[in-house]
Design a protein around this ligand. Structure first.
Ligand SMILES: Nc1ncnc2c1ncn2[C@@H]1O[C@H](COP(=O)(O)OP(=O)(O)OP(=O)(O)O)[C@@H](O)[C@H]1O
Length: 808
């Protein structure tokens, strides 16, 4: 049978096939393991909890005290207990084997539900405006009034309350630490603007004789890790400076012409917002950039800048600004000292405290005050707890879906479909994916290509204006729409896009009036502030646990509600939740319940009109049909005929030699003849995404590889999550050595897909992986040849002895 990942509907009756395999040779331990592995695969998810107990506790990650890992309890619903039919599509059709041979979750779902706790009080909301107001913090009436009337902010948040008075009165360095969405940006901007304004205004608000203007000197530099974040900070500052229109801010962020940046600096600027690399460049090469009057250096998202490899740039910037002679008055004779700080003040901001933040603190701070928005501020509690700063906002609801690799894609679609099923429930969602290639693929797969067909002459005048920068990054979504929300807009964003495209896409997502989804990499995990984001989906977990807090912090901002969902694979990944610092429990959810809810109604498949028969399908049949449809889209070659049939027109490949005039695959394709990647760009994108995903998986931080163990990945199953029927080769580098994969897709080819062996050692990542680290460099790790060889030996032994199906 061709190894195309499809299974014919062999009926085996009720009696399950038992292993006839006898294991000979090798050590008894290895023989036992192999035997167990075969049994586990045969039993599959349908095995009883009792049967599975031993293997579960064996697989369950150990906690530090040696006990096994336990999760928040979650009941199985009556319906979810029903095992989905393994051959859901009857009548001799070809069926993908979506529900067979999936590993069981180790999470204990059997216990009664935890009583729904009272909704948590928001931990990052503004304080009550009766108790606190901006004027009482030392800000002028002019600024306080501007905040209330133009920015609709009447009361400060806890971190603002604690920071503003200190930075207005004192000239010491500061380390601001508060949870995501708590208003850190204004916490440092307000005192800076207040003190610069004081050069021109008396305390009662009357103008002084001398008024500073854009040419009076550069007073503050704010550094942030990504261009998006710089632009966002600039947008907040511009709004704030509308009450002091004589002051000017600008950005120097790369991705734009250096010449125009130089011209803006020459024209005069009082507050500069920059990425570290670009600022270093200007400090070295732009003569008009005078830092003699600079009084503040702000390092926003300091740990991220360190992570992205900006350490040398940051050291150079700090050195240059410290060493440069401090001008006590500016060129026009305006006395700066006394009104502005009499020394250079550095402010470091972060929501989390990592080792590299401490290192950056050592580089940049002197006798700094540590300012937090501790819980005591919110609750009047005497014991301030720094813990609050490390965890997610308390009102943020967190869940994790333990979905087997094969079911990841359909579960994601089902989750989005149910999310957008009710009008007005969720308006914006962000999906985090590990690498740029995978973002591109999922965007192409999920977009509605029909809606993007070029306008016909009859359409002229009826089409909305298209933004040239967002043509390839914004599109209506297919599959996830519902009668309540027939239009959902899809966006993609990563660091490999050009700057104008990045900016336009982010703007399109922020201002979108329709329900919207942003598929993105970690480039959007820091600082991004889109208030209407109600849901964050971590489809691929973050590379380091601390980043989880930043990602989910894109929702539940400034006291608003929000939900975050984390996708995990059954097995060792489930233990990951135990190391995440959260103030609320992460509720495990059954993927079956997500599928059941999301696929309760028929999915609108472009090539398959909904009929009375499809309306009657069960959720599991719909999941199978959806997966089959997606796989067929990848396999269909991009000829005009197949484009009409399979919704592949956007891929614009050469006319297919595999398709007949009706757009049906030719016989040779059904027999499993290989299709060259160039025949279908979507297939090519899927393979590229898969390879990058696997390489990126190997770059999880060393301490967390016990949960994200590449040797436990089943490449054949994972391929299905990319609509592929078999894993493509060419993963490259150390990962390929570890993987040593020969496996096929979800069908017969599953035999050799799992990577079994001892984990733990270094795993190499190919430099070609487009794991997206924003404006910085990718991450690589050394290859442990020895560990790879040991694992390979083990794998060969187990694979030779067993298969998942043991047919024949
Ligand atoms: N005093 C306030 N009242 C109401 N809203 C506020 C207040 N201060 C800030 N906000 C809003 O809170 C949101 C989050 O602010 P900000 O982006 O500064 O958070 P942050 O602490 O820097 O978060 P992150 O760590 O994720 O970067 C913004 O939309 C901002 O407009």
């Amino acid at each position: 049978m061709a190894d195309d990942g499809m299974l014919l509907n062999f009926e085996f009756g009720d009696a399950p096939l038992k292993s006839q395999v006898k294991f000979k040779g090798g050590r008894w331990r290895d023989r036992l393991k192999a035997q167990r592995s075969v049994k586990l695969h045969q039993d599959g998810p349908s095995s009883t909890p009792q049967d599975d107990d031993a293997s579960r506790s064996a697989k369950r990650p150990r906690t530090e005290d040696g006990g096994s890992h336990r999760y928040a309890k979650m009941p199985r619903t009556a319906d979810s207990n029903t095992k989905p039919p393994s051959h859901a599509m009857k009548t001799g059709q070809i069926s993908s084997s979506l529900f067979t041979s999936n590993p069981a979750a180790v999470t204990d779902f059997e216990q009664p539900p935890v009583e729904e706790a009272e909704p948590a009080k928001p931990s990052n909301a503004p304080l009550s405006d009766e108790a606190e107001n901006f004027h009482s913090l030392g800000l002028s009436r002019r600024v306080a009034q501007h905040l209330a009337t133009k920015l609709e902010m009447k009361a400060p948040t806890a971190i603002q309350k604690n920071t503003v008075p200190v930075l207005i009165k004192e000239d010491s360095d500061a380390f601001l630490q508060a949870e995501t969405g708590s208003g850190k940006t204004l916490a440092y901007l307000l005192p800076i603007v207040q003190r610069i304004m004081a050069l021109s205004l008396n305390e009662d608000g009357t103008p002084k004789k001398t008024r500073v203007h854009r040419n009076s000197g550069l007073f503050a530099i704010i550094l942030a890790p990504t261009r998006e974040l710089c632009k966002q900070i600039a947008a907040v500052l511009e709004k704030l400076l509308r009450c002091a229109s004589w002051l000017v801010c600008t950005t120097v962020i790369g991705g734009e012409s250096k010449k125009s940046e130089k011209a803006r600096i020459r024209k005069g600027v009082n507050i500069l917002i920059a990425t570290p690399g670009r600022l270093t460049d200007h400090l070295d090469n732009t003569e008009v950039l005078n830092v003699g009057t600079v009084r503040w250096l702000v390092l926003d998202e300091g740990d991220r800048m360190m992570e992205m490899g900006f350490e040398d740039d940051l050291k150079a910037i700090v050195r240059k600004i410290r060493v440069d002679k401090l001008e006590k008055e500016n060129a026009e004779g305006v006395v700066l000292d006394g009104v502005l700080p009499s020394r250079r003040v550095t402010v470091l901001c972060s929501a989390t405290m990592k080792m590299n933040v401490q290192k950056l603190g050592e580089i940049s701070l002197e006798d700094a005050v540590h300012i937090t928005a501790s819980k005591s501020e919110m609750e009047g509690d005497a014991d301030a707890s720094n813990e609050a700063a490390f965890s997610a906002p308390s009102q943020l609801k967190q869940a994790c879906i333990i979905a087997p690799a094969k079911l990841r894609l359909v579960t994601l679609i089902a989750l989005l479909k149910s999310t957008f099923a009710r009008k007005g429930s969720v308006m914006k969602a962000i999906i985090f994916i590990s690498c740029a290639d995978s973002v591109d693929f999922h965007y192409e797969l999920l977009k509605d290509t029909k809606a993007l067909e070029p306008p016909t002459p009859e359409d002229s005048g009826t089409q909305p204006d298209r933004n040239i920068h967002t043509e390839s990054t914004v599109a209506p979504a297919a599959y996830v729409t519902s009668p309540a929300n027939p239009k959902v807009m899809l966006h993609r964003l990563h660091g490999s896009l050009t700057q104008p495209v990045r900016s336009a896409t982010l703007n399109a997502f922020s201002t979108c009036k329709d329900p919207a989804v942003l598929i993105t990499t970690d480039i959007s995990s820091r600082g991004l502030d889109v208030p209407a984001v109600d849901l964050v989906i971590e489809y691929d977990p973050a590379f380091a646990g601390a980043d989880h807090v930043h990602r989910i912090g894109r929702t539940a901002r400034a006291g608003r509600a929000g939900k975050a969902v984390l996708f995990l694979l059954p097995g060792s990944e489930e233990g990951y939740t135990s190391i995440l610092s959260t103030s609320t429990p992460i509720a495990p959810q059954l993927y079956e319940s997500i599928l059941q809810k999301g696929l309760a109604s028929a999915v609108n498949l472009p090539s398959t009109p909904t009929t009375a028969e499809t309306e009657k399908q069960t959720w599991s049949s719909r999941a199978e049909a959806l997966q089959l449809h997606l796989e067929q889209r990848l396999l269909a070659a991009a000829s005009p005929a197949s484009a009409a049939n399979d919704d592949n027109a956007e891929d614009g490949g050469p006319p297919s030699k595999f398709n007949n005039a009706k757009g049906k695959p030719r016989q040779q394709q059904q027999k499993g003849y290989p299709i060259k990647p160039k025949d279908n760009p979507l297939l090519d994108a899927g393979r590229r995404a898969f390879r990058s995903h696997i390489r990126a998986y190997a770059t999880h931080v060393r301490e967390e590889r016990v949960y994200f163990d590449i040797t436990q990945l089943h490449l054949g199953h994972m391929a299905k999550a990319f609509g592929l029927r078999e894993p493509p080769g060419g993963i490259g580098g150390g990962v390929a050595r570890r993987a040593h994969n020969k496996g096929g897709g979800g069908g017969a080819g599953e035999k050799k897909g799992r990577m079994v062996g001892s984990g733990g050692a270094n795993v190499g990542s190919s430099s070609s992986t487009r794991r997206d680290d924003g404006d910085g460099d990718g991450v690589g790790a050394a290859v442990d040849e020895d560990a790879a060889r040991r694992m390979k030996q083990k794998m060969r032994m187990v694979m030779n002895a067993s298969s998942e199906f043991n047919i024949g």
